[in-house]
Design a binder for this molecule. Sequence first.
Ligand SMILES: [Zn+2]
Length: 583
Amino acid sequence: MKPAISLLILATLAAPASARAAEPAISVTLAPIAAPDHADAVGTVAVTLRFDGVAAAAGTPVLRLPLVASNVDTVATVMTGFEARDAAGPLRLTLRDVDLPETGMRDAVGGGPSREWLADRPVTGALTVRYSVPAQAALPPRGPAPPFSFSADGQGVSAAGHMFLLLPPGEGRYRTTYAWDLTRAPMGSRGVSSLGEGRRTAGELLTGAELRMSFFMAGRIGTWPAKVPAAGFFGAWQGSPCFDAKELLGWTGNLYDHYARFFARKDAQPYGVFLRHNPINAGGGVGLHRAFVTTFGENSCQDLGKIRLTLAHEMFHTFQPFIAEPGGLESSWFGEGLATFYQARLPFRFGLLTAEQYIDDVNWTAARYYTSVMARVPNREVAKRFWADTRVRTLPYDRGMLYFAVLDDELRKASGGKRSLDDLMKAMLAREATGARTSVADWEALLRQYSGEDAVGRFRAFLEGEMPVPASDAFGPCFQRVAKLLRRYELGFEPAVLAEQKRLVRGLIPGSAAASAGLRDGDEIVDPVPQDGIQGEQAQRLHLRIRRDQRVFSVAYLPRGDTVEAWQWERITGVPDKSCTLW
Ligand SMILES: [Zn+2]
């Protein structure tokens, strides 16, 4: 714990209206403010939070914000102009830093090192808190991370609730309103949140996790459709992608409608897809509450097929079940494995991908997994080494996908095609819908019920690191399994270096491609190095900017080591397209 710091709160705010709502309510108003030297750009975002029905005794934490969320620094240490007041007037808050247990929040992680604000007297009536955040509030990246941080570019600004929403501790549910004050924003600005455009109140009470997993985008931004509907799919983008954002979001909206039918979900709520620029590691994305965000970069025009798959993957997260016990990364094999399994299978089933596009995606995942030197690392190691090593970080996705492919095939064959993974997934979702905390024990119970005790044994072996190998026809009757010679990913030095604040090469492997290219222990790698994508690309060279002594220069090499046999699936000639799909 760090020493507590006192904040003297200014008494300059208007008196708030008294609390009326029977249930706790939170209203978030964001005011993007044009930069003083550049009226087209957003410079800061003024945040106003109003809480009704939130009580706290003197000396107890009123509000809380993690210092880091999913490996991204929040605004806890960079916010300015903090003020708070309640019905009794200005409220003096003291802050302290605490270490909280980490908790799973669907496909993000909450808790951890956090900042708390404690009141010096009991809080009474409506509480209003104001502070400002730089529109580009990103601290130096800690390494690979989802696109949550404040990012100002292309005359807009965006961030996830994770980054800046101070919320009361505990498991409360809140009537939630998101609103915008665009009076000081660049001309022509719009404000869109995961609840839709402008001032919007959620149709149901939101948990703190759901508030944090909301997304906000404002400024001169684009949307599809041009007018954001009150319910159903919409997309918003910030900046100038090199592809046709309207066409891409139209495809995604079509897939959304198919997903909604597949999961029998009738929504009276909006569902938002957010696209923004990412100069470092474009293509990554993350599912949020009724929304997801993904990023594009300079190479995205060539990679439109990859962006479609990312959109299909992230949007699937919004519908799918998750395992809450154990939470967080330890159960990511379930959430990420299912999403990776279905990201191409469902669009293919719905006629939105060709057979070739489908099997290419299967093969990409299979190649990355079967060439990985970490392929047999037990699942319990994943959480510990997730951010430090791309070969561990990709296991929940790749090994999870292949586990589900094996299981799906077994269920189909044992039932003569009547049952599939669809049924188990929907049963898990039904359990989640009762409000129960879904657990690994629930998953094992379903395996036992649908497939017998052997399936539980195979599942436990998978968690211990056993390599799943789907049958030759597991991806449908027009594909068959073949062994191909592929090369392992080999960075050539200690991978943990890339997840550290100052990236100094150590553990250089003599004779590796990195060593042959001239890299040396002690070299500083200037820019963050994304690897999850390149790990799956046999022919892609890794480009590093190196600082050695006073010199900065580039080193490039093909980060590949040993050649190994890897399973791939190829088209059987003569089997027509129409018999390819597994329903
Ligand atoms: Zn995912």
